[in-house]
Design a protein around this ligand. Structure first.
Ligand SMILES: C[S@@+](CC[C@H](N)C(=O)[O-])C[C@H]1O[C@@H](n2cnc3c(N)ncnc32)[C@H](O)[C@@H]1O
Length: 256
């Protein structure tokens, strides 16, 4: 870790009560809605809810609270390197169109800092797992998953994460993948990882609505994809909404 990142991490730790007095959610409001909706729609399933790529844990705090509010007893698991991106995976993303300037975006972090933030917000029961999703031992993950938020930004860990999660997903389970922009030169290449996974698994990509024009940097719903699995005949569904479209009910039922 670079000296600058170590210093930033210490400052964050010391000033945590001030910096993180509100849950530090790094998810756009549309995707946060879709993720909470996925948790709600899978409420009847027993498997764990898992967020892969949690940064400072803001979405874990809100989601864990939401599970209690809907009286779901599911375990909430957060997976992260707690040190940002792997250089190897990032180099692949740069080849696909990302820019090295984004590399250290999440580097100044640690599992202790995230534990502290979770404690500050009453979410100490979130289970944290440290590891690279491309290399993690499968047995460390929950063996049954009802809902997964895959938010690791880059093509390689998105594709690897999907491969790992897919066989563990319960019938009716949902995976929400963040950062699936269509026109994202110089930025995250998550969509390419999603498409690679679909190609390798011979799963049809189905889109709720294709974006035809973009207004602004993060138009509503543009950057989210949902997948649902169904027993022996897995189905894969994608949802990319138009910038002015209403993708409010992206989920297994709506996308079928
Ligand atoms: C956009 S942030 C996650 C934001 C978080 N989901 C939220 O809503 O607040 C991306 C996170 O993915 C993590 N990450 C990137 N590559 C990873 C990998 N291969 N395995 C595990 N975590 C990874 C980074 O460390 C970073 O914390």
């Amino acid at each position: 870790m670079a000296v600058r990142d170590i210093l930033r991490r210490h400052v964050k730790m010391a000033l945590a009560p001030l910096i993180y007095r509100y849950p530090p959610i790094a998810l756009g409001s549309a995707v946060l809605f879709l993720w909470l909706d996925a948790l709600y729609k899978t409420k009847h399933l027993p498997g764990a809810a898992i967020e892969i790529g949690i940064a400072a844990g803001g979405t874990c705090i809100i989601s864990n609270r939401f599970l209690r509010e809907i009286q779901s007893k599911r375990e909430y698991v957060g997976v992260d390197t707690f040190g940002g991106f792997s250089e190897e995976a990032f180099a692949e993303d740069v080849k696909l169109g990302n820019d090295w300037k984004n590399f250290s975006r999440f580097s100044a972090n640690s599992i202790d800092l995230v534990r502290k933030i979770l404690r500050m917000h009453g979410a100490e029961d979130v289970k944290l797992l440290q590891g690279d999703i491309s290399k993690i031992d499968r047995t460390r993950l929950p063996q049954s998953i009802s809902a997964c938020l895959l938010d690791v930004d880059l093509a390689v860990p998105i594709s690897d994460g999907l491969k790992l999660i897919w066989p563990l997903l319960e019938t009716g389970g949902i995976v929400v993948v963040d950062d699936c922009f269509v026109d994202n030169q110089g930025d995250w290449q998550a969509l390419k990882g999603f498409r690679k996974f679909c190609g390798e698994m011979a799963l049809e990509e189905r889109f709720l609505r294709r974006r035809t024009s973009g207004k602004g940097r993060f138009p509503w719903g543009q950057h989210c994809i949902c997948i649902s699995a169904s027993g022996t005949n897995p189905r894969i569904n994608g949802g990319i909404a138009e910038s002015n479209g209403a993708a409010s009910s992206v989920g297994p039922g709506a996308l079928r």
